[in-house]
Design a protein around this ligand. Structure first.
Ligand SMILES: [Zn+2]
Length: 184
């Protein structure tokens, strides 16, 4: 159990709060728990908000106190190396700790209405891949995106680049043929 946090009531029910001052980049706690599969999560819909995705088919069934951390579209913490909650800036005593759930989500079929009340609230919590490019880059640069999602992200860029190269290769051949219809 981390000595840096406690669980208290907040406007979303319960939340995780700083017990002491936490400095930027400081490790706060490990989001620990048993690893469960996507099928187990789907069989227990009430679990969906209490898990952290660590692979395309695997989740951590997060135990208290990490279980109580809420989402924010303007978070003061992030998850590094899949399970370590770190401070993104200095956090004062009694401040609620929140991370952006989208940095741990690549599910394609699950979204949640956002009630984080941040000035830049996106209104919907959805997959990392659906965030704006600017926000994706900001989170990637800080190292607070799940490792499997980082891999997916670069694989998608590579696939898009390959598809683009194929399309331009095809149109080049078409133009060449059209211009020289009687070429041998
Ligand atoms: Zn929000």
């Amino acid at each position: 159990m981390s000595t840096k946090v406690c669980v208290k009531e907040c406007e979303l029910g319960r939340g995780l709060f700083a017990l002491k001052r936490i400095r930027a980049s400081e490790m706060i706690l490990v989001l620990g728990g048993y690893v469960i599969t996507v099928d187990q999560v789907r069989a227990m819909p009430e679990k969906q908000g209490n898990t952290v995705q660590i692979g395309s088919r695997h989740y951590i069934d997060v135990e208290p106190p990490g279980l109580y951390i809420n989402h924010s579209c303007q978070p003061n913490t992030g998850v590094m190396n899949d399970t370590i909650l770190v401070a993104l800036r200095d956090i004062s005593v009694d401040e609620e700790l929140r991370f952006d759930y989208s940095t741990t989500m690549s599910e394609e079929d699950w979204t949640m209405e956002c009630r984080c009340s941040a000035a830049q609230c996106r209104g919907l919590i959805e997959d990392f891949h659906l965030l704006s490019e600017t926000l994706k880059q900001r989170y990637l640069a800080r190292g607070i995106v799940q490792r499997f999602i980082v891999d997916e992200h670069y694989a998608r860029i590579e696939a898009a680049r390959f598809a683009k190269a194929q399309i331009s290769g095809l149109s080049l051949r078409k133009v060449t043929r059209g211009q020289y219809p009687n070429a041998p």
